[in-house]
Design a protein around this ligand. Sequence first.
Ligand code: UDP
Length: 386
Amino acid sequence: MNRFLIVGAGFSGAVLAYRLSQLIADCKIDVWEEKSHIAGNCYTERDENTQVMVHRYGPHIFNTDKKEIWDFVDQFIKLQPYTHKVKAISNRKVYSLPVNLKTINQFFNKTFSPAEAKKFLEQQGLRFNGKPRNFEEQALRLIGPDLYKAFFYGYTKKQWGCEPKELPAAIFKRLPVRFNYDDSYYDNPFVGIPEEGYTPFVKKLLGDKKITVELNRKFSSSSDLPLYNHIFFTGPIDSFFDYKFGKLGYRTVYFESFYADGDYQGTPVINYCDESVPYTRITEHKHFAPWETHDNTICFKEFSKETSKNDIPYYPKRLAADKELLRQYRTESEKLSNVSFLGRLATYRYMDMHHVIGEALNFSEKFMAAFRNGTKRPVFPNTESL
Ligand code: UDP
């Protein structure tokens, strides 16, 4: 009998548990979760007062460019097609994000056509010379200094707690810039929200009788390692090694919730881009389920701060010092023969839900091939050069 341990019942751990339970007839899979619930930061539940489906750890909108990932999720739960729209308040005016033709025309008080707006922003971008090396330079190059200051500088400083020029250009590139009036937030063609939230998805993934889930159970690499044929660790990689080289930097977020009658802000997300406003955004969760009706509403003001001891790690900062630490932890991990690391926290990357699911599915196949052939089992899903 093969005994596997998966540490963490978020998307990575649950997808992996599901695939292993399908692929290996003779196995027992323990899943240990240190939180008091499954589904990690994608956990959703109904708010008792309003019956609104609440995304407890902040808004999660499922979006992917891969039909097979959409279908994978949709076979377990009903994904409702959904168009995500975000408004941004800057200097007491409301705009739409991502930056699109409406935003540009409204902000500069123009009536540009797509071609005119493109030319205009190209000229703005030319005020920054050279190849962009960080978030700020990338933004200056693509949208110029005025839009950057209005929508990105203050928000990013609040969100990440550092100057945007210390952050990678890739974070800016998460948001498209459009020269038409398309104001949907994502470029990906498949966007949806599960009708009953994400928790039932994870519950179904973990439903096989070979899988045993234990909540409130912490893993210790010193005592638990010898008991299993293989361990899959989806928690923070530095915690696995008891932080022996130091702590990787994360931002955490926290929320102030409040109730209101009717409709509080008329849309699911409003970003507050000015540095003077202490929170980054207000989310009103009933608008994530436009197919439902609710008389009252629950909203969340979202604040960002540096992660300290008991905070939940959200966003990997990946500053230069973090990358050096990560390199050390990865080298140490490669020395282990029966442990693999996967997911956002164990690989220390800014991953969306569809990345996590896709990677866990691929990793399961890679692991199974090695397991069957008796070759070295993969330690990481990615070979990211650091
Ligand atoms: N961002 C910003 N202003 C906004 C929205 C986003 O400066 O109004 C920046 C910010 O640095 C953020 C990044 O763009 O971290 C990526 O935004 P995204 O919406 O993808 O962040 P998430 O929803 O994952 O927090």
